[in-house]
Design a protein around this ligand. Structure first.
Ligand code: 2YH
Length: 276
């Protein structure tokens, strides 16, 4: 599982405006609109300003990623939500967060990253959020994926969810992975999905790609006018790839925004139900 590095996110809070511009340019929607589409709700149906989000740093495993929690809180703030990072971490941090009665608590260790809705006791995770956000972005950038061929690179958790969500939007999906067995399992779980036999040839024969793989995509294979929705980190496209393709990418914003909006959609805000 790819772990974000401090370098991936060090300036993210200052880049959120630029990411919104990138999304508007590529998809005609900003991060909030992409996240609402990913969650299957209209932006007018939810008042994100009424939701309070708590983010708890977690020291287990490989430990704290500098600015990770702050970036998550800033992303939620950029959506209009109120947010805070707890001063303490782990279980003490969770207790601190709960005492402030937030609607949503974000926590991540090395394997799982969740947005827990405190009213419904339901959580949504980053793999689903990332897949749903990048599928929504690709769908918007492509003017709809219905009955169009889409290639999903990577058959991990994000790739698997992407295949399923693209199929729900009516796309004809092919999945590719250097581990063909993993791709076959994703295809078996999503009947109708094809498995790529030659990854380079598949990239060359698609102009809509969801890149959920950490592998480098060689620009030589990429067709002119391809749209690549690319959650995969590290993000290693070269200049030629950017010349040929529209590439939608950011290290955290699209996935976290989708998680925040989906988790908020599980319940009305606490502020509306009670006095905090
Ligand atoms: O980046 C990660 C994991 N790879 C999970 C991602 C799931 N798609 N976790 C972040 C760890 C954050 C750290 N524990 C902190 O700063 O709190």
């Amino acid at each position: 599982m790819t772990r974000l590095t401090e370098n991936d996110i060090k300036n993210l809070s200052e880049q959120l405006e630029d990411i919104n511009h990138m999304l508007l340019r590529c998809c005609g929607m900003n991060a909030k609109e992409v996240a609402c589409d990913a969650a299957g709700i209209s932006p007018n149906s939810i008042i994100l300003e009424d939701y309070l989000v708590g983010v708890v740093p977690v020291t287990s495993g490989m430990g704290i990623i500098t600015k990770f929690s702050e970036s998550v809180a800033d992303i939620c703030r950029s959506l209009g939500m109120e947010s805070f990072v707890t001063k303490t971490s782990d279980v003490t941090g969770l207790a601190e967060a709960v005492s402030r009665r937030p609607d949503i608590i974000f926590m991540a260790d090395d394997y799982e990253f969740i947005a827990y809705n405190t009213a419904t006791m339901k959580f949504t995770n980053n793999s689903y959020g990332t897949a749903s956000g990048y599928v929504a972005a690709l769908n918007a950038a492509a003017g709809g994926v219905k009955e169009k061929k889409v290639l999903v690179l990577g058959a991990g958790r994000v790739g698997g969810w992407s295949v399923s969500l693209l199929q729900k939007r009516g796309a004809e999906v092919t999945v590719a992975d250097i581990d063909t067995e993993k791709a076959k399992i994703v295809a078996e779980n999503n009947p109708g999905t094809m498995v790529a036999s030659d990854i380079g040839e598949s990239i060359s024969s698609h102009n809509l790609i969801l890149n959920a793989s950490p592998a480098h995509v060689d620009s030589g294979y990429i067709r002119e006018d391809t749209i690549i929705s690319s959650p995969g980190v590290p993000h290693t496209f070269d200049k030629e790839a950017f010349r040929k393709a529209t590439i939608i990418h950011d290290p955290l914003d699209i996935g976290v925004s989708a998680m925040a909006v989906r988790s908020a959609s599980f319940s009305r805000p606490y502020s509306e139900r009670k006095n905090r």
